[in-house]
Design a protein around this ligand. Structure first.
Ligand SMILES: CC(C)(COP(=O)(O)OP(=O)(O)OC[C@H]1O[C@@H](n2cnc3c(N)ncnc32)[C@H](O)[C@@H]1OP(=O)(O)O)[C@@H](O)C(=O)NCCC(=O)NCCS
Length: 304
């Protein structure tokens, strides 16, 4: 049996990222940046998320992370396909939800076949799914800002409380539904501090647009993988008081220029691909991103 241990803290996220970085390809659902952001954007979520690492000595061969009772994030070393059934069996006996879901990309025929072999079926396009989009860092257009607005990186702003407030003001109202009552994001100064402490966060790749009144009106964080020369946007947002002024475009472009200066060759982003939430996809398309793959969400009933 392959040795395993259950997640015990940030050092294990770093070990999971080591596998995800080593095994990353355009068929990977995850990038080291997703893992850092999703694990640390809120404080105190670990007890909700059964997470297990399978190991060979110090090296992680596979990891699984169960979200919201019944959704599996996982990554398996391509050299150890035998661990697929080990990870899935753990998921199916540990998850508490009635319906179990997970994702593979449409460009991964082996992954699709393995899930089908365990009784999972692909959900239709009326179910939310994500696109994988990329853009080379050649030919970046210049950054255009309305008068009085300026682009700053967190190397200049430095303040996690201000940055967290910018995030909350962006994510409290979704695109196109600005008139709805605001929701509440759980991102705080404390949680943003743990994001900033995570590998591979770099303040020079985390950008905001400051409005003339001092509010941080738009924000975009990029996560650089120096091994593959890729940078992932996670997350991007504009305060609902400042929408459709080109600020998301400007903050993303500020990040893309910095990413290029940091030596990356390819930018990545994963907006929704379904018709239920088209605005982010349109934003990135306008910035020159094109889709290279999409999630196929799979589901099966839990067997008791
Ligand atoms: C999506 C979001 C970042 C757009 O911010 P923004 O500053 O208003 O975007 P911009 O003004 O730079 O718009 C750039 C392009 O995005 C697209 N876009 C933006 N908002 C849109 C909307 N409500 N409906 C359709 N397309 C939209 C358009 O193509 C737009 O170009 P155009 O104005 O020339 O038509 C913002 O609505 C937001 O923060 N939403 C909540 C968080 C979120 O969804 N983040 C993205 C997750 S991947």
């Amino acid at each position: 049996m392959t040795p395993f241990r259950d997640y015990a803290g940030p050092q294990d996220l770093r070990a999971m990222q080591a596998l995800t970085q080593h095994a990353w390809s355009l068929r990977s659902p995850f990038h080291i940046g997703n893992l850092a952001w999703e694990r640390f954007e809120h404080v105190g979520r670990d007890p909700e998320w059964p997470t297990r690492l399978w190991l060979d000595g110090g090296a992680v061969l596979a990891w699984g992370w169960i979200q919201a009772g019944g959704h599996l994030y996982f990554h398996i070393d391509p050299g150890r396909p035998d661990l697929f059934d080990v990870v899935l069996a753990w998921f199916e006996t540990t998850a508490t939800g009635e319906i179990l879901t997970t994702v593979v990309l449409d460009n991964d025929p082996d992954g699709l076949a393995r899930l089908a072999g365990r009784g999972y079926r692909a959900l239709g396009d009326d179910h939310p799914f994500a696109l994988k989009m990329s853009r080379s860092l050649e030919d970046l257009p210049p950054i255009v800002l309305p008068d009085g607005f300026r682009a700053l990186s967190m190397a200049q702003v430095q303040n996690p409380e201000r940055r967290a407030l910018a995030h909350r003001n962006a994510w409290s109202r979704i695109a196109g539904r600005e008139a709805d009552p605001p929701g509440r994001s759980r991102v705080t100064g404390e949680s943003y501090r743990q994001v900033m402490a995570a590998f591979p966060y770099r303040p020079d790749l985390d950008w905001v647009i400051e409005a003339p009144d001092g509010r941080l009106a738009a924000n975009a964080c990029l996560w650089l993988d120096t091994v593959h020369g890729t940078g992932l946007f996670e997350p991007v947002g504009t305060d609902a008081d400042f929408r459709r002024m080109g600020l998301a475009q400007a903050v993303c472009l500020s990040g893309l220029h910095a990413l290029k200066a940091a030596g990356a060759r390819l930018a990545l982003v994963g907006p929704r691909g379904d018709e239920g939430y088209p605005a982010p996809r349109a934003l990135y398309g306008g910035l020159g991103f094109t889709a290279y793959a999409r999630d196929i969400v799979h589901a099966r009933k839990r067997l008791d």
